[in-house]
Design a protein around this ligand. Structure first.
Ligand code: PMP
Length: 345
């Protein structure tokens, strides 16, 4: 008793949601993958419209071959953390390659994108004198990083540089370190951040900026380096975080920066030090995907062409869309019930 009471509201909400639904959107299991965007579910081939596989590289020939070779050569797992016995030459090489591609001096690879944000934020900010300012719509792992840091955390209105400016202006003299967290593109609505304006404001107040380009890496910017590249401020980002689980078609994450202090994360970030490092296959696949993204812009061009087509078609059909054309096209619906119905359609 007691321990499970907190699930009551969730249980009621969940039951109400799936009561009249043919299929439960939270219980989908793909029986067979037919490619990056197709799978067999309950005997039927379906199109996967909700993946983060923006460039479709999970079945890229070079990435698959690299992953196979890595398993043959280095085994199925590392069984150790980056800090202890889980750093292989390939982890280091990927850090070098990512830093080079993004144009930063340093890069630290984590086991997931979640842990990259968790690990960077919790190591950078600390009570009692640091403050974190976070866009209200930031991903759960950014919120969790703030919580793990223990530092005071203040939300500013989503994509509102004025709100950020006001909150930074109100901070007292006791505040030492200030960290502003935002994302390049927000995945729920597909809207992009005013990165340039937010960076200008943050730096005006001597705050550092952590920008999560999880959904925008490989997709935005002339060479796929994200919204900060599209906005011409890539070199002004203090901490650039990303994941391997979207355009890079694998699993893992990273933080890149020009601040040499980034290297201290290796000795002070618990989500880096106390979890197993990404497997050889994951690293090899991400490396191959990065090589492809760095040398071939045609996938990005195709993605944008398709996004434009889908966005225009939905608009023509009368749907209310949440954001301009982009790799995530979100449709506004009345409520959860409506969304569940639409998903089942
Ligand atoms: N940042 C953002 C903005 C995300 O949406 C996600 C996952 N969807 C992550 C970080 C975490 O990435 P990963 O799946 O690699 O843990």
């Amino acid at each position: 008793m007691g321990l499970f009471d907190k699930f009551q509201n969730t249980a009621v909400m969940y039951e109400a949601l799936i009561k009249d639904a043919d299929r439960d959107p939270f219980a989908v299991s793909m029986d067979e993958m037919k490619g990056p965007t197709r799978a067999i579910v309950n005997g039927k081939e379906i199109v996967l419209a909700g993946t983060n596989n923006y460039l479709g590289l999970t079945f890229n020939e070079a990435a698959v071959a690299a992953a196979k070779e890595a398993v043959e050569q280095s085994g199925t797992g590392t069984t150790g953390s980056r800090f202890a016995n889980g750093t292989y030459a390939a982890h280091r090489q990927l850090e070098v390659d990512l830093a080079k591609f993004l144009g930063y001096a340093h890069c630290v690879v984590f086991s997931t994108g979640y842990q990259a944000n968790l690990g960077a934020i919790s190591a950078l900010a600390a009570p009692p004198n640091d403050v974190i300012l976070i866009d209200a719509d930031c991903h759960a792992c950014i919120y969790d990083g703030c919580q793990l840091s223990g530092a005071e955390t203040i939300r500013f209105r989503h994509n509102d540089p004025e709100s950020l400016d006001k909150r930074l202006s109100r901070l007292g003299d006791k505040v030492q370190g200030k960290l502003v967290c935002l994302e390049g593109m927000y995945s729920m609505f597909g809207d992009t951040a005013p990165v340039k304006e937010c960076i200008e404001i943050a730096h005006k107040h001597d705050a550092y900026v952590l920008l999560d380009e999880a959904h925008s890496f490989g997709v935005f910017g002339e060479s796929g380096r994200g919204v900060c590249e599209a906005d011409g401020v890539r070199d002004q980002v203090d901490f650039y975080t990303g994941t391997f689980s979207k355009s890079l078609a694998s699993i893992g994450g990273f933080v890149a920066s020009n601040h040499p202090e980034l290297e201290y994360l290796r000795f002070s970030s618990r989500p880096y030090m106390f979890t197993a490092s990404p497997s050889p296959a994951n690293i090899a696949a991400a490396s191959a995907a990065l090589a492809k993204i760095s040398t071939d812009s045609s996938m990005r061009e195709r993605l944008w062409e398709k996004a434009k087509r889908v966005h225009a078609a939905f608009t023509q059909l009368g749907f209310d869309l949440c954001a301009p054309v982009g790799p995530v096209i979100a449709v506004k619906l009345a409520d959860r019930q409506e969304a569940c119905k639409a998903w089942n359609f």
